[in-house]
Design a protein around this ligand. Structure first.
Ligand code: F6R
Length: 241
């Protein structure tokens, strides 16, 4: 991959937002794969600022989120649907119904098949945003996930549930299961932008890009993708690239 490393978390977020704004300006009908998590809060905030300043629009865009928890009541504040509404969808001109998240109600396997079909039907994803878990997960593809996996129901590891505890009200536990795009789904995106902020991601980045690919580190599957840009702050890449 190409690495772009910045001195601070803020500078990294601004650079990612500027890159996305540039891509949206040149390809207004872009199909975006979106991620959630702490990493993307300042990125969406910066992107909304740039959007308000003008020069690009989401009017012709369609988006597909990576993942969603199973078992939360609709509208739950820790759901990724609520996160997307709050941080992006309600603040830009993305048409109603064009920001998709994986279905988690009813027949989850059927919803996964439908999600994959919706992604393919429009010609696939042009640009997929990814964070990275401390254990190297991408989406909610935890260690051991097959590199050709597709959208499906997955069990979350104890470490991921612990890492995401802060998003939930005190006393509420993180759901044990989620739906995620598969690693195979992610690898079909034409371009991938992975963002890693902070020292808690040092080991995951090392396993992803400096060691041989292995299902022990799901993000290492990205070594096989021809068009990956990694945006990171220097805390996540302490020894440079
Ligand atoms: C979020 C997602 C996850 C996160 C990862 C990092 O949609 O798929 O893979 O990107 O858990 O989360 P943060 O940014 O909170 O460290």
């Amino acid at each position: 991959p190409e690495f772009r490393v910045f001195p601070t978390a803020e500078a990294t977020a601004e650079a990612v937002a500027a890159y996305l704004a540039e891509q949206l300006a040149s390809t207004p009908a872009m199909r975006l794969g979106l991620a959630t998590g702490n990493t993307f809060v300042p990125i969406y905030a910066a992107l909304v600022e740039l959007y308000k300043a003008g020069g690009f629009s989401f009017a012709r865009t369609e988006s597909f989120n990576l993942d969603e928890y199973i078992g939360l009541p609709p509208g739950h504040p820790a759901s990724f649907a609520a996160y997307m509404q709050q941080h992006l969808f309600s603040q830009v001109d993305l048409p109603e119904g064009r920001g998709h998240l994986p279905g988690v109600l009813g027949d989850v396997a059927a919803a996964c098949t439908a999600y994959e079909a919706a992604i393919s039907a429009g010609g696939g994803i042009d640009l997929q945003l990814l964070g990275i878990g401390r254990n190297g997960h991408i989406g909610f593809n935890e260690p051991g996930s097959a590199f050709d996996s597709r959208a499906r129901e997955v069990a979350l590891t104890a470490s991921t549930r612990e890492a995401n505890k802060g998003d939930f009200p005190p006393g509420e536990s993180v759901p044990p299961a989620a739906v995620t795009m598969g690693i195979g789904t992610i690898l079909e995106a034409r371009q991938i932008v992975l963002v890693a902020i902070g020292a808690s991601k040092i080991e995951a980045l090392d396993a992803a890009f400096r060691q041989a690919p292995s299902p022990d580190c799901p993000a290492s599957a990205l070594q096989a993708h021809p068009n990956v840009i990694v945006f990171a702050d220097s805390a996540a890449i302490p020894n440079g690239v």
